[in-house]
Write a protein that binds this ligand. Structure first.
Ligand code: SF4
Ligand code: SF4
Length: 72
């Protein structure tokens, strides 16, 4: 019998950035395993569809610009 198809589970929380606080230092980008964080024309973008909710980016941000939010 064939195994069931793999499905991606949706995390309850994903990372979000406060752009008023973020200084665009770029430190968090290489910390994200699925590469969900991008610097685009000096705005930090987090792709909530790619974020796995692992939280690895949260604590290292030197200015506390990242937080977990409900994945609504
Ligand atoms: S580490 Fe913090 S301040 Fe630096 S780019 Fe990421 S969110 Fe912005
Ligand atoms: S919580 Fe994990 S997957 Fe989501 S943006 Fe931060 S490091 Fe990337």
């Amino acid at each position: 019998m064939a195994p069931p198809p793999l499905v991606r589970t949706r995390p309850a929380e994903v990372a979000a950035v406060d752009l008023a606080v973020c200084d665009r230092c770029g430190l968090c980008l290489p910390l994200c395993p699925p590469e969900a964080i991008h610097l685009d024309f000096q705005d930090l973008l987090i792709d909530r569809h790619t974020c796995t909710g692992c939280r690895k980016c949260i604590a290292p941000c030197p200015v506390g610009a990242l937080a977990m939010v409900a994945n609504a």
